[in-house]
Design a protein around this ligand. Structure first.
Ligand SMILES: *[C@@H]1O[C@H](CO)[C@@H](O)[C@H](O)[C@H]1NC(C)=O
Ligand SMILES: *[C@@H]1O[C@H](CO)[C@@H](O)[C@H](O)[C@H]1NC(C)=O
Ligand SMILES: *[C@@H]1O[C@H](CO)[C@@H](O)[C@H](O)[C@H]1NC(C)=O
Ligand SMILES: *[C@@H]1O[C@H](CO)[C@@H](O)[C@H](O)[C@H]1NC(C)=O
Ligand SMILES: *[C@@H]1O[C@H](CO)[C@@H](O)[C@H](O)[C@H]1NC(C)=O
Length: 598
């Protein structure tokens, strides 16, 4: 099994820090599903088995008859009377088939049954706002929100890690009940309200609680209600109003991932249920490595969903900036790239010679800025794993090789008595600065270009003892130009699976996005916050999902292709300075990073 990733950058780090490349992908076949239940052969793995529809015209809605048909494939496979138990999921809507754990011999037996079509070993994938609605031109007075009724009456489904249903973003004051066509429900103990109208788990537990935070963040981004006085760690507009893109839309949550990641068979089960329940738009902030479309059950399932009128919006992946790094490239899904917004959590480095460099940080300590500190940079031990000098009371400059500074370096500086730390971006990341909430060590993250100048200053002369610096914290700055720029981590085309079709389709805000968060899931050092700042194409995706709900509200009769086309052809080709959108290196962004501009 390979695996999918939920792909917000920071999580990916937290989730699989031990195993992985920095973006959270782990190597193909690295992580088999733990065997639940006794008596399974060690060599067994989960397969998604496509079969012909049941014979004799079983009625489409007769789920039990479908399941019996699927179970019949296991009868001669050695599974015997246990076949009922062995069918993990039975699919009827987005494809005809089932998921089961099989040994090679059992698979061979299944494949000899009449009606067998194909079997795929299950892959594992991982999980791949307040400011962004305004940045995208959605404002409460008049404008698109008013014209689209805030997406009222539309239904957005999420394949994700669950939801913190008690979060203030999901209250239903003043919301109408779901439309009569809705067939979904909430799995107890979660109670549906008029906002959250469906919640079900497919990961083998019996709770839709979000233990990761990812699902709460994405649902809040797409369709959170207006919440007053929002900030994360005192940042993000000093208590602004948070709202999702389609605050009037109903939500249905299909939990298909947990902290271990997401398995394809569960994902497909969630997709199957969402289509049956009647969602209008399906938001998929998950992804695996590129796979030929006819071997990718998610692409196959999404195709069926689209033919049934459900628009499927997917994260493009976080493996940029190298080319041909996309996930979710099927031509029939809307593939979303990630860009910056016009907000900066400003933490500027001021050197002893008066030069200032605009960095960013979520740790803001204004008292720190009133003093100057000796500046320390070791040309040899520059990753701050350990130090060859006494750094007590100093501001330490560290290089990074990862999108976000490693927690271990922050701890090392802190433990060695450092007063603060300046992290220099990895060179590939250009102007993209991914911030994350850490412990309260005053810090700033700067671009590699600025970092080079800071290093130059720190190493000038023979002794470092005269070199000083401080970090000037200036809270949240908005109106930053140019915005958006492509986020460095956003995966790039061309599509490997389907090179003739230009991908990604569109770019949306996915860098340092502030949105809802479960208070129970700690942020950075053990802290609790009901909003958090997270980055990834996972965060860009629900922005587009929400916009799709707004379009659907105004044009309920439009096909998924028409909605997709309308969104793509009305997207902006210029940034907030009026110039062509740029990439992380401030070069003109190519079609392979932002999609086609019209
Ligand atoms: C909002 O929309 C309603 C009708 O949909 C219209 O009557 C009203 O003028 C609009 N308000 C603004 C501020 O545009
Ligand atoms: C949920 O599962 C746990 C353990 O699997 C079990 O202890 C608990 O009783 C279950 N709760 C419900 C409501 O089924
Ligand atoms: C490191 O420097 C600080 C302050 O300059 C001093 O108090 C401390 O004793 C030094 N530690 C060592 C191990 O030299
Ligand atoms: C460093 O400080 C010493 C004494 O304070 C001074 O003599 C020297 O010129 C300074 N060097 C630089 C490069 O500023
Ligand atoms: C802080 O931000 C404000 C507004 O953007 C700006 O006017 C001010 O100069 C900044 N201060 C510093 C120290 O960067």
């Amino acid at each position: 099994m390979a695996r999918f990733t939920i792909l917000p950058l920071p999580y990916a780090l937290i989730l699989v820090a031990a195993a992985c490349s920095v973006l959270g992908y782990v190597p193909y076949d690295a992580a088999p599903r733990s065997t639940g239940g006794a008596g399974h052969h060690a060599s067994a793995r989960t397969y998604i088995v496509l079969v012909e529809p049941p014979p004799a015209h079983t009625h489409e809605d007769d789920e039990a008859a479908h399941r019996r048909w699927h179970e019949s494939f296991l009868l001669s496979s050695g599974a015997g009377a246990g076949s009922r138990r062995r069918v993990r999921h039975s699919y009827t809507s987005v494809l005809s088939g089932f998921a089961a754990r099989l040994t090679d011999d059992e698979l061979a037996a299944v494949s000899r049954r009449p009606g067998f079509v194909r079997a795929f070993p299950e892959r594992r994938v991982q999980l791949m706002t307040t400011r962004s609605p305004g940045f995208l031109g959605l404002t409460p007075d008049g404008g698109v929100w008013n014209a689209t009724g805030y997406g009222e009456g539309t239904i957005i489904g999420f394949l994700d890690t669950g939801i913190d249903e008690k979060h203030p973003s999901f209250h239903d004051d003043g919301m109408p009940p779901p439309p009569p066509r809705w067939k979904g429900a909430c799995q107890p103990p979660v109670r549906c309200n008029n906002k959250l109208i469906g919640a079900a788990s497919f990961v083998g537990d019996n709770t839709t609680t979000d233990d990761v935070g990812h699902g709460t963040h994405t649902t809040g981004t797409a369709a959170g209600r207006f919440v007053e006085g929002v900030s994360a760690f005192g940042l993000g507009g000093g208590g602004g109003t948070a709202a999702g893109m389609a605050p009037g839309a109903h939500l249905a949550v299909y939990k298909v991932c947990d902290a271990q990641g997401c398995f394809e068979s569960d994902l497909l089960a969630g997709m199957d249920a969402a289509v049956k329940d009647g969602v209008d738009v399906l938001s998929v902030s998950l992804g695996g490595i590129s796979t030929p479309l006819d071997k990718d059950p998610i692409a196959i399932g999404a195709f069926a969903a689209v033919t049934k009128g459900v628009l499927v919006v997917c994260a493009g992946g976080n493996s940029g900036p190298l080319p041909s790094t996309l996930s979710n490239e099927a031509p029939w899904v809307l593939t979303v790239a990630a860009g910056s917004v016009d907000r900066s959590f400003r933490a500027s480095v001021r050197l002893g010679d008066g030069e200032m460099f605009e960095g960013e940080s979520l740790v803001q300590d204004k008292d720190f800025s009133s003093k100057v500190y000796p500046l320390y940079y070791s040309n040899g031990l520059n990753y701050c794993d350990y130090f060859d000098a006494n750094i007590t009371g100093m501001v330490v400059v560290c290089d990074t090789e990862t999108p976000v500074p490693p927690m271990s370096s922050i701890e090392a500086v802190s433990n060695a008595g450092g007063a603060g730390v300046v992290f220099i971006n990895e060179p590939d990341f250009g102007y993209t600065i991914v911030v994350e909430k850490y412990d309260n060590l005053p810090m700033s993250q700067v671009t590699a270009v600025d970092g080079t100048k800071i290093m130059g200053y720190a190493m000038k002369g023979t002794s470092t003892s005269n070199h000083t610096a401080t970090i000037v914290f200036n809270s949240t700055v908005v109106g930053v130009k140019p915005s958006p720029i492509v986020a460095a981590f956003s995966s790039r085309g061309p599509s490997v699976a389907s090179p003739g079709v230009l991908k990604p389709d569109i770019m949306a805000p996915g860098l340092n996005i502030l949105a809802a968060w479960p208070s129970e899931v700690p942020v950075g050092a053990p802290q609790s916050s009901s909003f958090n700042v997270v980055s990834g194409t996972s965060m860009a995706t629900p922005h587009i999902t929400g916009v799709a709900a707004l379009v659907k509200k105004v044009h309920p009769d439009w096909s998924t292709a028409a909605i997709k086309s309308a969104i793509m052809t009305t997207s902006s080709a210029v940034d907030n300075a009026g110039n062509q959108i740029m990439d992380e290196e401030h070069r003109k962004a190519s079609f392979y990073s932002v999609g086609r501009r019209y």
